[in-house]
Design a protein around this ligand. Structure first.
Ligand code: CMC
Length: 374
């Protein structure tokens, strides 16, 4: 045993995984061995979700069965709808996301059954119902009626439909699908590690995903996509981007959407998402945010040698698609449920209680003195 402290578990390998491989040295990310860029171009989000959860890409029959199950599980209960209607309208949608998964745990008679079969059943429920509940809050807080899911629609089309009552052009749906694929999995990041830690005590899957959502909310993790958009709103126009950035760096402030614990010379997911950000900008005939982002990226690399991470292009892309800024991280949740779930399955299958040590630096051993003598 060593006394050396590795704050933030920096560089520590805590377990093995077969789900994804982050390879910063060759700027690559694979899910179950497939390059994520190829998955984005050649597969739908549903195919990738199947891959992450089951280990292999589905054939036609397997995919149809998976899609059918997802569609059949989309409806939320009347109880859940009532809860969503009574949530304070000003609540952060990430707090709502965390709460709805927790409520799903309350509603499921199988919550405490951690058998592989029951877990797959529960994963499908969380995967299919969370977008419905998030879209319901998206509408409710604007004073609009909840739109029920439609079985004929794909996962991404259905989310647009439940939020806006209509489906955008297929290129926009594809860009959204790509963002979900890129957000789906990323090895032992903070929220996944949280999910695995909760699972390691043999708690249940609803608890593990509720905890993962709580951890994703933070701006150093998933919350960054929301913060990127807030930054762009402050910058407003491309001609102000450079001076804003220099001012920010002079104040020693962190620039959201930049930097990564693992990738130090660029996030392998960024080029793909950037391509779709540009496509959406062109389709929406609005390149203002794209131009701002180009300037910020160039200056950050030149001045600090810090590269953008995935949250940098996704934030403004979601804005152009019409989503409210504080819903960007809940969209990340919708995608990452797949990765979290696969890790939870992996943790159950080969569990060891996660329990690190700490080095004590508090006061020396001392005697308790009675209250009236203190
Ligand atoms: N803006 C300005 N400086 C930065 C940034 C940034 N975004 N990121 C890192 N640095 C600096 C940091 O100040 C430090 O400088 P110094 O050595 O002079 O103190 C150096 O780079 C190393 O950074 P670190 O914070 O020690 O590195 P880390 O591996 O602990 O942190 C990070 C990684 C993601 C927390 C950090 O880069 C950051 O805060 N980024 C902004 C938030 C963000 O975009 N998060 C999303 C992460 S990726 C996708 C996801 O999980 O959602």
């Amino acid at each position: 045993m060593t006394d050396e402290i590795k704050k933030g578990l920096l560089g520590i390998v805590v377990d093995e995984t077969t789900i994804s491989q982050v390879m910063p040295e060759i700027n690559s990310l694979t899910y179950r061995g497939y390059a994520v860029q190829d998955l984005c171009e050649m597969c739908s989000f549903e195919e990738v979700a199947y891959l992450i959860l089951n280990g292999n890409l589905p054939n036609g029959i397997q995919l149809n069965k998976f899609k059918k199950e997802e569609k059949e599980n989309r409806n939320i209960t009347t109880n859940m709808r009532e809860i969503i209607k009574h949530i304070p309208k000003k609540a952060h949608p990430m707090d709502v996301s965390r709460t709805i998964v927790s409520v799903m745990g309350l509603e499921d008679k199988d919550t405490s059954d951690n058998s592989p079969k029951a877990n797959m059943r529960k994963i499908m429920k969380i995967f299919a119902k969370t977008p419905t509940a998030i879209a319901a809050f998206f509408r409710i807080r604007k004073g609009k009626k909840i739109i029920k899911p439609k079985k004929e629609l794909s996962f991404s089309e259905n989310f647009f439909y439940m939020c806006f009552g209509k489906i955008p052009q297929k290129e926009i749906v594809k860009a959204f699908d790509v963002s979900l694929i890129l957000y789906a999995e990323h090895s032992f990041n903070v929220s996944t590690f949280t999910a695995r830690t909760i699972t390691s005590s043999l708690s249940d899957i609803y608890s593990a995903i509720t905890g993962a959502i709580a951890s994703l909310k933070g701006p150093l993790h998933g919350g960054a996509n929301e913060e990127v958009m807030n930054m762009m709103k402050k910058i407003k126009t491309p001609n102000k981007a450079k001076s804003w950035l220099i001012d920010n760096l002079n104040k020693k402030q962190v620039v959201m959407g930049f930097g990564h614990r693992v990738y130090k010379s660029g996030d392998s997911r960024v080029p793909t998402m950037k391509k779709y950000f540009l496509k959406v900008s062109k389709l929406k005939k609005d390149k203002n945010l794209y131009k701002i982002s180009e300037i910020i990226e160039k200056e950050m690399i030149e001045k600090k040698n810090i590269h953008p991470n995935l949250d940098f292009p996704t934030g403004p892309t979601y804005h152009l698609m019409g989503f409210d800024t504080d819903f960007f991280t809940p969209i990340f949740v919708i995608a990452r449920i797949t990765g979290w779930s696969a890790h939870i399955i992996e943790q159950y299958a080969s569990n060891k209680l996660i329990r690190p040590l700490s080095k004590y630096k508090g006061s020396d051993h001392r005697k308790v003195v009675l209250l009236n003598q203190r």
